[in-house]
Design a protein around this ligand. Structure first.
Ligand code: NDP
Length: 285
């Protein structure tokens, strides 16, 4: 497995396993299968409602804690105590308890909404205490990322954003490189939207390497030095999605995939007022 080195020296496997939308009662089996297949990097969130099941799978796997890289995410805090910083620390303790861990490898602010400056100050403390080896953000557009960096002590190690062949984020990545932030893709397959798995360009490239569309997409992201966390509940696909280190896309193939960019989300825009209201109304602690 290849690693990327984050801005604080922490090593992060470039390929991991995402568990969004895996029902709680199926998550333990899926994560156990993923670890058995060889995944050592797991991506969950308080809002996914399956941290306990991820923790149970980690325990059942018998793999040493230090050999795993575990990410979870802080949901938008609503300050029932009137202090977002305190509530963020409480939410972190709740995530650790549900995971059955005494530290995480990466803790992310899930959404660029609400009082995320106070959330970030809590994260900085958690990082200094060594209870999150690295801290970062998710779904931050360029303006908010720069502002957060410029007005705080610790530069986010990671920004996890929607990134796939139809929304390639080249400008976002260039800014992140300039600012020392590692880009991580969520939704590497766009959850299959826009016919991704039957896309002719991707299929033809796959055929030339004896690989599937999914493998071409993951390889393309990895060749761009983007961390990927594909999700699957099927063991054969888990194995397939890991098997992307024995071929290389040519410059021409990278260029052909670059031509698939639409520059737009396949899901929603975090700057859409209706979405800001909807996300802001949800509660996970
Ligand atoms: P993905 O783009 O990873 O797509 C998952 C879908 O692809 C599932 O329907 C899966 O089906 C299918 N699939 C997986 N592998 C293959 C394959 N080899 N061939 C064909 N189909 C395949 O979507 P996600 O939204 O799950 O994104 C990945 C991860 O990113 C999440 O699990 C989560 O950890 C993170 N994420 C973070 C967000 C954020 O706001 N920070 C938002 C969304 C996701 P099946 O399971 O049946 O195999």
């Amino acid at each position: 497995m290849h690693n990327v080195t984050l801005n604080n020296g922490v090593e992060m496997p470039i390929l991991g396993f995402g568990v969004f939308q895996i029902p709680d009662n199926e998550t333990q089996a899926a994560v156990e299968a993923a670890i058995a297949a060889g995944y050592r990097h797991l991506d969950t969130a308080a809002s996914y409602g399956n941290e306990e099941a991820v923790g149970a799978a980690i325990k059942a796997s018998g793999v040493a804690r230090e050999d795993l890289f575990v990410t979870t995410k802080l949901w938008i805090q609503h300050a029932p105590t009137g202090n977002v910083q305190d509530d963020s620390k409480r939410a972190f303790e709740n995530s650790l308890t549900r995971l059955g861990l005494d530290y995480v490898d990466l803790y992310l602010i899930h959404q660029p909404l609400g009082d995320y400056y106070s959330e970030w100050r809590a994260m900085q403390d958690i990082n200094k205490e060594g209870r999150a080896r690295a801290i970062g953000v998710s779904n931050f557009h360029q303006d908010r990322l720069v502002d957060l960096i410029d007005h705080n002590e610790i530069v986010p190690a990671v920004n996890q954003i929607e990134t796939h062949p139809f929304h390639q984020r080249a400008e976002d990545q260039a800014l992140m490189i300039e600012r020392g932030v590692q880009i991580e893709s969520w939704g590497p397959f766009a959850e299959g939207k826009n016919g991704l798995f039957t896309n002719e360009t991707l299929a033809a490239i796959g055929k030339s390497h004896g690989k599937s569309v999914a493998q071409v997409v993951l390889r393309w992201l990895i060749q761009r030095n983007i961390v990927v966390i594909p999700k699957s509940v099927r063991p054969e696909r888990m194995a397939q999605n890991l098997d992307v280190f024995d071929f290389t896309l040519t410059e021409e193939q990278m260029g052909a995939i670059a031509g698939l960019d639409t520059g737009d989300s396949q899901f929603f825009d975090h700057r859409d007022p209706a979405m800001v209201g909807w996300l802001g109304g949800r509660r996970y602690n």
